[in-house]
Write a protein that binds this ligand. Structure first.
Ligand code: 5GP
Ligand code: ZN
Length: 142
């Protein structure tokens, strides 16, 4: 597996940094965003290090989107939001702050503005509760 020793998401993949995992298979990992923009914000990454969508093959991108599609459904079932936003940023000028490819799954709730991107740590207990809910929803639909 291709890992970047200085990359926080590679550390999470290796288990060298903590994360609240909602999903794992041989290629991809889904986990709670530590600075959520809304309740239930999940990130989906390939395990192999790649900085941007342009650095993976079409097949790898397709796999990542399959997993994102499944997890977005689980987030929707678990959190019952009014909408779900998917986002994927490439390059600092596009707003990317962690240079390991990821999709954001961001539930949107009517009348609630998004929290600022990557700015405020979420409450750990709340993140754990949401993680458990999403995991349970994933098992229900699996
Ligand atoms: P980007 O700006 O690159 O699209 O998004 C990076 C995301 O990663 C942000 O939403 C930020 O909150 C999240 N993030 C940054 N560091 C960590 C971390 O160590 N753990 C987790 N779970 N999320 C992180
Ligand atoms: Zn990485």
């Amino acid at each position: 597996m291709n890992h970047d020793p200085n990359c926080i998401f590679c550390m999470i993949v290796r288990g060298d940094a903590p994360s609240l995992k909602v999903y794992e298979d041989e290629d991809c990992l889904g986990f709670m965003d530590i600075m959520p923009q809304s309740e239930g914000h999940v990130l989906v990454i390939p395990k192999r290090h790649a900085a941007q969508i342009f650095d993976v093959s079409a097949d790898e991108a397709a796999k990542l989107i399959r997993v994102t599609h499944e997890l977005a459904g689980a987030v929707r079932n678990a959190m019952q939001p009014d909408g779900v936003m998917l986002a994927q940023l490439n390059g600092a000028d596009a707003g990317q702050t962690v240079f390991h490819l990821h999709f954001h799954i961001v539930p949107r709730y009517a009348g609630q503005k998004l929290a600022l991107h990557a700015s405020k740590m979420g409450d750990t207990e709340t993140l754990k509760t949401h993680c458990e809910k999403i995991r349970a929803a994933l098992h229900d639909t699996a």
